[in-house]
Design a protein around this ligand. Structure first.
Ligand code: CU
Length: 178
């Protein structure tokens, strides 16, 4: 038997594995392009233990009274949220459809994730970093905001709500600030 002999059964498996790999890569590539799914590119550090304070890295952006939906200086919608065991703060947010929205999120304690079903929003919230996501919602409705990184015993109960309303019906609440 020469050294280049490959058993027919083994050949079959080589082909099957190659086909499977190509299929998986194609599916990933397809959804990356069609659904605009990509790894978050924002790298911005923050001191997770000082989120409630004005001092230190971050300078109070994630202070409790500053959380929620607001407009930045340029007039764009920004949602500032904190993820902490076991919840998202604020718990419920209301945003309009067909409007570019920037989410800025920080973890108060451990690694969390955020996933909104039927949207391209799915990312980790790593302690020490600010997670920034740019998205635009097309459909109205109420969706859960789920934590998809196991963060402790209360993980399964960690969720918020996002209420997406038609653009014309959207107004910033009195509680929100600009
Ligand atoms: Cu969690």
């Amino acid at each position: 038997m020469d050294n280049h002999y490959i058993d027919p059964l083994e050949k079959k498996w080589i082909v099957m594995v190659a086909v499977f790999l190509l299929a998986s890569w194609s599916i990933i590539l397809y959804y990356a392009i069609v659904d605009d799914i990509h790894p978050p590119s924002n790298v911005e550090v923050i001191d997770s233990a000082r989120l409630h304070l004005d001092t230190g890295v971050g300078g109070g952006e994630f202070r409790e009274d500053k959380l929620g939906v607001h407009r930045n200086k340029e007039g764009n919608l920004v949602v500032t949220m904190v993820a902490a065991r076991y919840g998202f703060y604020p718990q419920t947010i209301t945003v309009p459809t067909k409007t570019p929205i920037t989410f800025r999120m920080a973890s108060f304690d451990v690694l969390h994730g955020v996933h909104i079903p039927f949207s391209n929003m799915n990312t980790m919230i790593v302690p020490g970093y600010i997670t920034e996501i740019h998205t635009e919602f097309q459909k109205t409705g109420k969706y859960p905001l789920l934590c998809d990184e196991f963060c402790g015993v209360g993980h399964a109960a960690m969720y918020g709500m996002i209420n997406i309303v038609p653009k014309k019906d959207f107004h910033l609440d009195k509680g929100d600030h600009s």
